[in-house]
Design a protein around this ligand. Structure first.
Ligand code: C2E
Ligand code: CA
Ligand code: CA
Length: 628
């Protein structure tokens, strides 16, 4: 027997004998023949005679060496877990209540184990959100073996410290449980914060650096996109800074940069960001202003702030700045482009004599350039006959026959091919070119009708679009009359389309002109009806023959209830005012069906034909008897 076990083992045995107990269970070590020790479990039976004197001892011995080693191993492990500085917690996976915490955890938190057992993770992790709890529970239900995250622990005294947690699932005392190993990362995170600050700030001035500015700019762009506002990027560069450095030395230069940055900061609002981009360049991000004037106000303040000298090493230094301005979204919608354009604008300010500011104004210059190009090519187009008239059929829904056409202009550009009117009509309306175009179309239509007449074809009624500018030209009715008389054209074959919004721009004048047109025998229809807010009182006074329901109301029939109601209303309005009515932009059979049902007998749209050139429409006039 192992000498260390002798006393205890014999003590148990003699104890049983003395007390006249028949059995004695005892564990001790015995030496194996080969010299090593074995743990054995001895269950002894003691036989007593009738006088109560012990007779013999018999017993079984079991080798429990393996079991004891295991027990020892677990005890050691438990001691390690109990005493490690890492915080170890075991939680009930249902209630999230603490079942166990090691010394490290209790020391960090300041609770006793008994106190902690009355708490759940929510008490210790005050920042944890319900969503995180939910995710935690989901994790517990899934089979992922491990989860790590960062959180904040609250001590018993209310103070907090950051921890990195590693969570595992296990069985504890026969039930599913969670074990959490938490490491206090207070030091680590303060080092990380320091590193982050170093990486995102300029060491000389303490201002955000290029990286942080870029981040903030990107965030501001995103937010601005949502708010539909404007932000300005100012690119500031000290004038003649190199001379300061070269003549007075770098330490004076550095000191000047610090003073400049302080002065600039003092002029900014809290929401603005200023950064040193490197050298003598500063960028400023101004967020949330409404007008160009308000940027100019701020920028002028910057320029003015450099009137007073800076005191550097006891010496007074004068310096000025040049500022380039780029505005988002006008001058770009990405951080790269805005920074580049603000830089370009800054150089413009330098060339304009320094100590000043300059806008990038990309859009303005590009627009001006486009206008010049556009004007030149339109002039050439008129001279070289690049305009064509296309015709789009208008159908009588009851007979299925051609009821008329609309003449629509096209620009046959020598290199671009056919250019659609949306690309150039608005520009022509601004510049006055439109009158020439409208008259060109008007005259072409009359010539075409004569040509068809000569070919023996019935002359169709053709609608010509007249813009407000054309109507307002001084001698419009005289010119129209002259052309009609010149070609001896039956004027009832021509309709003039004027948009509702154009009429409403100057209703009284238009009423007069349209009256004169009607007197010449021309039919008048109101184009894009329903979009121009005409008042009913004017509608009654207007000398018109036809309403043309705007295609925006037709487009979503039969899906849009409102559009259907409006279309029906326009149709009955026309009926009550004894006007013809036509729907444009008809693309589907359902739309045709709806119009017929609602009492609109005329339609125009891709369902029947797109606008087509003279040859094609001539061919169709000869061959096509029914259009539906
Ligand atoms: P608008 O007078 O409302 O002409 C109808 C426009 O709708 C035409 O476009 C035509 O091609 C298009 N359209 C016809 N059916 C359908 C359809 O079923 N679905 C769809 N989505 N569109 C359809 P276009 O030819 O491009 O003309 C556009 C606008 O340009 C015209 O609108 C008109 O305001 C103007 N315009 C065209 N030619 C002239 C002209 O000679 N003089 C004037 N002042 N303006 C013109
Ligand atoms: Ca039209
Ligand atoms: Ca229209």
């Amino acid at each position: 027997m192992h000498p260390d076990d002798l006393e205890e083992a014999l003590g148990v045995l003699y104890g049983s004998i003395v007390n006249k107990v028949e059995s004695a269970h005892v564990r001790y070590r015995v030496r194996h023949k080969q010299g090593h020790w074995l743990w054995i479990y001895d269950r002894a039976k003691i036989l007593f005679d009738s006088q109560g004197e012990p007779l013999i001892i018999a017993g079984f011995r079991t080798d429990i060496t393996k079991q004891i080693e295991l027990e020892l191993h677990y005890e050691e492990l438990a001691a390690i877990v109990q005493n490690t500085t890492v915080e170890v917690y075991i939680l009930d996976s249902v209630t999230l209540r603490y079942l166990y915490a090691n010394n490290g955890a209790l020391k960090s938190l300041g609770y006793t184990l008994e106190e902690l057992k009355n708490l759940t993770i929510i008490d210790i992790n005050p920042d944890i959100t319900p969503i995180e709890i939910e995710m935690f529970r989901q994790y517990l239900e899934n089979i992922n073996p491990e989860l790590t995250n960062l959180s904040n622990h609250r001590r018993k005294d209310g103070s907090n410290y950051p921890v990195q947690a590693s969570v595992h699932k296990l069985m504890y005392q026969g039930n599913p449980a969670v074990v959490i190993f938490d490491t206090d990362i207070t030091e680590l995170s303060s080092t990380q914060n320091k590193l982050r600050h170093l990486a995102t700030h300029d060491p000389l001035t303490g201002l955000p650096n290029r990286i942080l500015f870029y981040d903030r700019l990107q965030m501001a762009i995103k937010q601005n996109h949502r708010n539909d506002g404007k932000i300005a990027i100012l690119f500031l560069d000290l004038d003649h800074f190199k001379q300061v450095n070269d003549s007075l030395g770098h330490s004076v230069g550095d000191e000047l940069l610090i003073e400049v940055s302080k002065r600039l900061q003092s002029l900014l609002r809290r929401s603005d960001t200023i950064a040193r981009m490197g050298g003598d360049e500063f960028n400023i991000l101004l967020d949330g202003f409404n007008t160009t004037e308000s940027i100019i106000d701020i920028v002028q303040k910057f320029n003015a702030a450099f009137k007073d000298p800076f005191t550097v090493h006891g010496r007074e230094l004068h310096t000025t700045i040049s500022i380039g301005i780029a505005v988002c979204p006008d001058d770009g919608i990405t951080a790269e482009i805005l920074l580049k354009n603000a830089d370009v604008a800054m150089y413009k300010a330098k060339t304009e004599g320094r100590n000043t500011y300059s806008f990038y104004a990309h859009e303005m210059s590009e627009k001006a350039y486009e206008r010049v190009i556009m004007e030149n090519s339109l002039r050439i187009a008129l001279k070289e006959n690049q305009f064509r008239v296309f015709y789009q059929p208008q159908i009588d829904l009851i007979s299925g026959q051609l009821a008329g056409m609309e003449a629509l202009v096209r620009w046959q550009h020598p290199t671009l091919g056919i250019v659609s009117p949306d690309k150039f009509i608005p520009f022509c309306e601004e510049t006055g070119f439109i009158q020439e175009i409208d008259f060109f179309v008007f005259e072409s239509v009359i010539k075409q009708q004569i040509a068809w007449n000569l070919e023996g074809l019935a002359i169709p009624k053709i609608a010509v679009n007249f813009s407000a500018k054309t109507l307002n030209s001084r001698s419009i009715s005289d010119e129209v009359r002259t052309i009609i008389n010149f070609y001896r054209c039956p004027s009832n074959c021509i309709a003039i389309e004027v948009t509702e919004s154009h009429i409403m721009q100057s209703p009284d004048e238009v009423i007069k002109i349209l009256g004169e047109f009607q007197a010449l025998g021309l039919e008048i229809s109101i184009d894009d009806f329903g979009t121009g807010y005409s008042s009913l009182s004017y509608l009654k006074k207007l000398p018109i023959n036809k309403l043309k329901i705007d295609q925006s109301f037709i487009r979503d029939i039969p899906y849009d209830e409102d559009d259907m109601a409006i279309t029906k209303t326009i149709i009955s309005l026309a009926q009550n005012l004894k006007l013809d009515v036509i729907a444009e932009g008809v693309e589907t059979l359902e739309q045709q069906e709806f119009l017929l049902d609602s009492g609109c007998p005329l339609a125009q749209g891709y369902l029947y034909s797109k606008p087509i050139d003279t040859e094609t429409i001539t061919l169709l006039m000869k061959t096509k008897k029914r259009w539906i």
